[in-house]
Design a protein around this ligand. Structure first.
Ligand SMILES: Nc1ncnc2c1ncn2[C@@H]1O[C@H](COP(=O)(O)OP(=O)(O)O)[C@@H](O)[C@H]1O
Ligand SMILES: [Mg+2]
Length: 292
């Protein structure tokens, strides 16, 4: 008999519970989230900025009452920041304090490579936790390729080897979400170990639902027009296409300014909330024929 999953009982259960936390998932997303939990496989979510990759991990943690452990990736991230490092200062103090006593060096050595002197970083923290944990490895494409090697042991065996202490295996597998903006290809080895979800901008209906669920004061008519305008903007070749986050910000702006009609002037006046490059704004004004 398979154990009931600690995460979701079905794709529909995933969709419903994520929605309760304000995350509106389409069928593919809900199914993949369910599978990641049921199969205990890491989930790689790829797609442009602002489509809900990070938010998905946060929402899973929230609705399952799991703790979110986050590893934010960046260029230059290394083992000491991702996995663990030894607390050198504390080790030095211990060595100094043992000098003068007749403790053998080997005893001191055994002493300073114990848990007490270990600084655990997100990957090891997530592996060691006994409670429900969502491990978010965010923006993994920003790290150097070498870090992926480091991730492999964690992603395939859910364990971490510390030479001085031995291998630490997960008592309870975390729900792992890796996100990537696809600025570079991830290695096949990492991809092979993951389920894959491509997230893109939502269709108009879902985006309207997301916007109105987060900004309930926005009039339905304005919401429709907003989503329509955003989708036209995304069709232009912009430096930075507006994301869901910008749609939501725009909705908040319109409510704050009490704009009840999203006409050309209103769009032109508030364009800075949506487009953050002068050249993108100029293009939008021209293509949408806005009057300011
Ligand atoms: N499916 C969704 N349901 C509800 N809100 C969403 C959804 N997708 C994105 N959002 C909103 O968009 C914002 C940006 O999403 P985020 O996860 O930070 O993007 P990224 O894909 O860059 O990680 C979130 O704060 C959230 O408000
Ligand atoms: Mg993100």
């Amino acid at each position: 008999m398979p154990q009931p999953s600690s995460w979701f009982s079905s794709p529909a259960d995933a969709a419903t519970r994520l929605a309760e936390a304000g995350y509106l998932a389409d069928a593919t997303t809900a199914t993949t989230a369910y599978l990641a939990g049921a199969l205990e496989k890491p989930l790689l979510v790829e797609g442009p900025a602002g489509v809900g990759k990070t938010e998905l991990a946060k929402a899973v943690a929230k609705v399952t009452n799991a703790e979110l452990v986050r590893l934010q990736c960046y260029e230059g991230l290394d083992e000491a920041r991702a996995l663990y490092e030894w607390n050198y200062k504390k080790q030095l103090l211990r060595i100094q304090s043992s000098q003068g006593s007749d403790q053998e060096w080997s005893a001191t050595h055994d002493d300073i490579f114990t848990d007490e002197f270990l600084l655990t970083r997100p990957l090891l923290t997530a592996i060691r936790r006994e409670e429900l944990t969502v491990l978010l490895i965010d923006e993994v494409d920003k790290t150097d390729v070498e870090v992926e090697g480091l991730l492999l042991e964690v992603l395939s065996d859910f364990q971490v080897t510390i030479p001085e202490l031995g291998t630490v295996s997960a008592v309870r597998r975390p729900f792992v979400v890796l996100t990537s903006n696809a600025t570079r290809e991830l290695s096949e080895a990492v991809k092979r170990r993951c389920l894959y979800l491509h997230l893109d901008y939502p269709d108009a209906e879902r985006e309207r639902e997301i916007v109105t669920s987060q900004v309930p004061d926005l009039e339905e008519r304005v919401a429709v027009r907003l989503v329509e305008t955003i989708s036209r903007l995304r069709e232009l070749e912009l430096k930075k296409a507006p994301s869901i986050a910008e749609s939501v910000d725009w909705a908040r702006t319109l409510v704050a300014l009490e704009i009840g009609e999203l006409d050309e002037k209103a769009i032109a006046d508030t364009l800075g909330v949506v487009l953050k490059h002068a050249s993108d704004q100029a293009k939008a004004v021209k293509e949408l024929r806005l009057r300011s």
